[in-house]
Design a binder for this molecule. Sequence first.
Ligand SMILES: Nc1ncnc2c1ncn2[C@@H]1O[C@H](COP(=O)(O)OP(=O)(O)OP(=O)(O)O)[C@@H](O)[C@H]1O
Ligand SMILES: [Mg+2]
Length: 452
Amino acid sequence: MSLRDRLNEASEVVAVREAPPGVAVSRAGKDAIKRNLHYLLIEEMGTELATTTNEDVLRRSLERKLQELLGKESTPLSAADRREIATDVMDNILGYGPIQALLEDPEVTEVMVNNPSTVYIERRGKIHLTDRRFIDEAHLLRIIDKIVAQVGRRIDEASPMVDARLPDGSRVNAVIHPLAINGPMLTVRKFSSEPYTIDDLIGFGTVDERLAAFIEASVKGKLNILISGGTGTGKTTLLNVVSAYVPDDERIVTIEDAAELRLGQSHVLRLEARPPNIEGKGQVTIRDLVRNSLRMRPDRIVVGEVRGAEALDMLQAMNTGHEGSLSTIHANSPRDSLSRLETMVLMSGFDLPVRAVREQVSSALNMVIQLARLRDGSRRVVQVTEVDGMEGDKIVMQDVFYYDYSMGVDDSGVSLGRLKSTGLRPKFMEHLQDFGIQVPASVFAFEPPARR
Ligand SMILES: Nc1ncnc2c1ncn2[C@@H]1O[C@H](COP(=O)(O)OP(=O)(O)OP(=O)(O)O)[C@@H](O)[C@H]1O
Ligand SMILES: [Mg+2]
């Protein structure tokens, strides 16, 4: 029996379950029609799909065929149903399928496909299950293939895990069999087409104007700053915004796993690490790039995220004349971020005593900015901490600003807290003064928590 016969048989099942005239066809019914049309189109246009390179020509001929097939559909469909079915079937074949609309929706910041029939999104910082579904596993795989191929990468059993970027800058991660046990998985991290600015972050409540001014002074004054936070707390976004304060006459080298940073300065040299090819060759690590960047006469080095052996090279760069370097790290508190750095250095294969590593860390870094995603879904800076040398075996850290959680939440659960000053004036202010940068003393006036 040909596929066509099988489908005709299947659509008869749908026709039997069809809604009586005047009653809208059920969701399951529509899904079944979409599925049938999808298979039919692929069967009938298979070679054309594979060989036509001109998207417009392909779209027109697909549309013609689709209308023809829809015309033969026995289930009574309203004009709206027809439109919906036609759009979805076209998206499934030409675009990114059921997630096309989600990718286009500016309010959606993340699309997470757990399996063909489970698609989650993040909207305003919160995760929701959607009613979008892929036709089957092969369909999801085809969409993944398409996304990955578009950026010149491949995914198959030999390399079943891929990180890539869409043309609009969104970051894509896909994992397939045999690593993905329950079928292919896809995660798309969207970035707004215009990168966020400091004003956006002030609008979101991530930073306030005082902190913005303080960060600006710190970047202009060439402090080495680490942005710390959990997954998806907005580290890369804040790094991008903070980097914008680097004066335009400085030469900036950015180093990333997947190039996400978008800086506006004129002197920006962007480097992107490269995974090994299928034979396991040709890998260029973040560490290689950090080392290489030192030969590029940079004024500033911006590393997208430190997560491995590059930690030591970065600390050394910061300690040897590349002040004003910036990076992010995955950690839950400023203290945690330093111990993670320490671990990275110790694990990178150098036989260095812990104390020596700690000294490197403490003398390289000036400040840690901690981000968190609060229960209300907002992403906020919750701690700004100065790194202030060593005392005995310990790195001394002093909070400059803290988030006052004790201010509670409003009726809808939105945090009423804000960033407050601990009353400590950071020691690096003297360093800033050398650059002629003044921060008014009032910025550091103690603000007690609402409740103790
Ligand atoms: N301050 C913010 N307010 C609201 N949304 C934000 C904020 N910062 C970032 N976002 C959004 O949150 C998502 C995650 O941001 P980002 O990639 O910067 O986080 P991250 O901490 O670097 O994530 P990862 O741990 O995966 O590297 C993006 O969709 C981004 O647009
Ligand atoms: Mg990031």
